[in-house]
Write a protein that binds this ligand. Structure first.
Ligand SMILES: Cc1cc2nc3c(=O)[nH]c(=O)nc-3n(C[C@H](O)[C@H](O)[C@H](O)COP(=O)(O)OP(=O)(O)OC[C@H]3O[C@@H](n4cnc5c(N)ncnc54)[C@H](O)[C@@H]3O)c2cc1C
Length: 429
């Protein structure tokens, strides 16, 4: 009779949900893979669209994949919980107790594994700046985005009703900060249309970046176009400004006057989740990512793999680090979907690769900019407008198709288009 091999995937995001969906039931030699997916959220919203949930221009309920439903449909087990530690000797992942209203409703548990895949993504990096933890919202997860939107709606109503300005300060001029700034301008314009007169005039969005320009990893042409558009929309862009501390009134800057902000969002840098700090004896980068080899396994423990934002793969013939993008997470998920069963069975397989298909940034309904990758006859050309917006949408739709299949994926797209044509353009109540 077949033996069962316990494959535990921690983190059901771009990479982890894809793996759980496609690896369940596969065979590794004589063993059948029994897959458990652990995530601390009940559902996943594709992370590159979290800023639209935060602004209210998309609804989490329409975009999310509910883990329990996906598990039931595809046959893997879903374990709801926050992974707080990994015991490599006992081969166990520890999950925090579940609490409700301050009371423990489920005690701490462990999930045991034969092979463990870590796909826990990343969070913004506060670089030890005082006050960030207490005074800044983050857009790192579905819950963060929903919580920010709750606060935003209250502040928008107050500023209109009480005829006072609403200042929002975003730290971090990467894709998250840039896209969120544009989305906030859009939501104020929608609020105005829906009778919240003065919402646009009352809103002041400031985007603060420590580096010399926005969108550091993007080509200069994309960054310049995005900055010009943001400024045209009324966003105050302050580059080369380092935040030294944050309090309830706003940001203190190094060598410049403070930036007042009623709502503060920290979207700078990235670092690996705290879980990675519990992994003793395994090599990690300065930002906490687990260093993995050509097959995405750690060098010191062949039972532990990592991919996506929480990993730093060392791939043959590649010096530059792999960027922390959905594109990379999804390519490496496909690699493990194909090769993990053989790797578990002890076979030799080819190394993972990485192809840069370009990068895109979408400024709400206003515009989008990007570059194509350097492959085939594409030579890294600049794209903008509808072509770039379509490229951005396709990245998401191909992910949905992979999770739900072509038929259901297409239906979800259609439902989304229909919902957008009959529902309000933004959530304001
Ligand atoms: C606003 C925004 C825009 C972006 N735009 C783009 C873009 O246009 N193109 C692009 O390629 N990339 C983009 N990115 C980056 C992209 O979203 C990430 O690189 C990608 O999501 C990484 O995938 P992942 O699977 O590693 O992690 P994630 O998709 O973040 O998933 C991690 C999962 O792990 C879970 N988790 C974390 N810690 C624990 C724990 N301790 N216990 C249990 N579960 C845990 C989380 O709940 C989450 O479900 C964007 C990111 C943001 C925030």
């Amino acid at each position: 009779m077949d033996q069962t091999h316990k494959l535990v995937v921690v983190g059901g995001g771009v990479a982890g949900l894809d793996l759980a969906t496609h690896l369940v039931g596969r065979r590794a030699g004589t063993q059948r893979l029994a897959v458990t997916l652990v995530d601390r959220e009940p559902a996943y919203v594709w992370k590159p669209m979290l800023h639209t949930i935060a602004a209210g221009t998309s609804a989490a309920g329409t975009q999310e994949t509910v883990y329990a439903a996906q598990a039931a449909r595809r046959g893997f087990r879903y374990e709801f919980g926050d992974a707080t530690g990994i015991d490599r000797d006992r081969r166990e992942v520890r999950l925090a107790a579940l609490q409700s209203g301050g009371a423990v409703i489920v005690p701490e548990r462990v999930v045991s594994y034969d092979t463990l895949v870590l796909a826990v993504g990343s969070r913004a990096n506060d670089f030890g700046t005082p006050g960030v933890e207490q005074h800044c919202a983050r857009i790192d997860s579905r819950s963060d985005a929903i919580a920010f939107n709750d606060a935003l709606r209250v502040h928008l109503l107050q500023c209109v009703a009480m005829n006072k300005p609403l200042s929002i300060g975003i730290v971090g001029g990467g894709a998250t900060g840039v896209e969120l700034a544009a989305e906030l301008i859009e939501v104020a314009a929608v609020a105005e249309q829906y009778g919240l007169a003065g919402a646009s005039n009352h809103l002041r969005v400031t985007l603060i970046e420590a580096g010399p320009r926005l969108l550091g990893p993007f080509p200069e042409k994309v960054a310049d176009a995005a900055r010009a558009k943001l400024e045209q929309l009324g966003v105050e862009v302050r580059v080369g400004m380092r935040v030294t501390s944050v309090d309830a009134s706003g940001y203190a800057l190094d060598g410049a006057s403070p930036v007042p902000a009623d709502l503060r969002v920290w979207a700078a840098g990235i670092k690996a989740p705290a879980l990675m700090e519990t992994l003793s004896g395994l090599e990690r980068t300065k930002s906490g990512q687990l260093v993995v080899g050509p097959n995405l396994a750690t060098a010191a423990d062949h039972r532990i793999y990592a991919l996506g934002d929480c990993a730093s793969p060392r791939l043959p013939g590649r010096e530059a680090p792999i960027p922390a993008t959905a594109q990379a997470a999804s390519q490496h998920a496909r690699y493990l979907c194909q090769h993990l069963p053989a790797l578990i069975a002890g076979q030799t397989v080819s190394a993972a690769g990485y192809h840069d298909f370009g990068s895109l940034v979408s400024l709400g309904g206003f515009d989008a900019y990007g570059t194509l990758g350097r492959f085939g006859f594409f030579k890294g050309g600049f794209i903008r407008g509808r072509v770039a917006q379509l490229g951005h949408a396709l990245l998401y739709r191909s992910y949905q198709t992979r999770l739900h299949g072509l038929w259901r994926g297409s239906l979800l797209w259609l439902l989304d288009v229909l919902a957008r044509s009959v529902k309000p353009a933004a959530r304001l109540t």
